[in-house]
Design a protein around this ligand. Structure first.
Ligand SMILES: Nc1ncnc2c1ncn2[C@@H]1O[C@H](COP(=O)(O)OP(=O)(O)O)[C@@H](O)[C@H]1O
Ligand SMILES: [Mg+2]
Length: 320
């Protein structure tokens, strides 16, 4: 996998149109592409004009599209949690699992967690693709999803240390009182403790996502030349830089609609590419949207990696 592209920006600015456009462009250059939407309100099919379908479909040679079924990830995620609670705490008969299911299902953060797990899963399953392109949900939810691995990572470290302390205490008690003091399936040994194992598994998952965000991903901010989308763009950029994720390219979509100055200090070190407003955006016209800026990604693959990281691509000019 060469790169994962994430398209972010305010609703309606053209994330789906432009991510579709890049997906077509790359696949027509004979690259394998997996293009997914993790927005619970899907609209890839509306843009490319096909009937909605479940799962993944190869819509052109080498171009695989999926509108990720967030609900099913949520269900799977809940089922997994419940199964784990059942098996890990099988000695605790007092847990009311039915009640627990309701509590967990309605707990805050469940949707983000499910999407985060879904995201990890789809990236993992498509590592052999040349490119992965992800169309993201509206800003609030999107930011929560990208923040979650970092927050969860910190929590998991705390939980791991707490678990170590619990196991150390158990070991100390059993050394004094004898092994029989604890029920048979209460773990004392760190290597045998299921809870610790699960904490470590979750930590590995968030670490892998963070690694993908930092080392493999290109975040593209889509804005329009209107004040609200730009303000939201600035907020997105700042919120992502707080977790050390940096926007590598700004696509000023639907430009020409309003004469608006692009001189925004928050964007001063990021390449900006203008994309014109095209009347009656047909499928053919959508292909054209990426023609200009996407070219660089393929024509200078190595430079592309570097310039998105450090410098400026040939087709993109710094604002004067
Ligand atoms: N460059 C463009 N020229 C004309 N219409 C566009 C352009 N980009 C997007 N659109 C249209 O704007 C609307 C919103 O685009 P969409 O990609 O769905 O936005 P988002 O995914 O950010 O919510 C759609 O009707 C789309 O066809
Ligand atoms: Mg969209």
């Amino acid at each position: 996998m060469k790169r994962v592209f994430f398209f972010v920006g305010k609703g309606g600015v053209g994330k789906t149109a432009l991510s579709t456009s890049l997906a077509y462009y790359l696949s027509r250059q004979k690259r394998s592409v997996y293009f997914a939407s993790i927005d619970p309100a899907h609209n890839i099919c509306d843009i490319i004009g096909c009937p909605p379908f479940l799962g993944e479909r190869e819509i052109e040679h080498g171009l695989f599209v999926e509108e990720v079924d967030v609900e099913s990830y949520l269900r799977r995620f809940l089922r997994k949690i419940i199964e784990e609670i059942k098996s890990t705490y099988s000695y605790l008969k007092i847990i009311n699992l039915d009640r627990m299911f309701e509590v967990i299902k309605n707990a805050p953060g469940m949707e983000e967690s499910a999407i985060m797990h879904g995201l990890n899963d789809i990236i993992d399953r498509h590592r052999d693709m040349d490119y992965i392109i992800i169309d993201t949900p509206p800003t609030g939810l999107m930011l929560k999803i990208f923040n979650l691995p970092f927050i969860t990572g910190t929590w998991l470290e705390g939980l791991r240390d707490l678990r170590y302390r619990i196991l150390d205490r158990r070991a100390a008690i059993s050394a004094i009182k004898g092994k029989e003091y604890f029920a048979k399936n209460v773990a004392i040994d760190k290597k045998k403790d299921k809870v610790l194992k699960e904490i470590m598994a979750q930590k590995a998952l968030v670490d892998s996502l963070i690694k993908t965000f930092k080392e493999k991903s290109i975040f593209i901010l889509v804005v329009n030349p209107d004040r609200l989308s730009l303000m939201e763009g600035i907020r997105i950029k700042n919120a992502l830089s707080n977790i050390n994720i940096h926007i590598k390219l700004i696509l000023m979509n639907k430009s020409g609609l309003l004469p608006l100055s692009l001189d925004i200090k928050e964007f001063s070190h990021i390449p900006i590419k203008k994309i014109p407003f095209l009347e009656n955006l047909s499928k053919e016209k959508i292909y054209q949207l990426a023609d200009d800026w996407a070219k660089d990604i393929l024509t200078h693959p190595q430079r592309h990696v570097n310039y998105f990281m450090e410098g400026w691509p040939s087709g993109l000019r710094r604002r004067s």
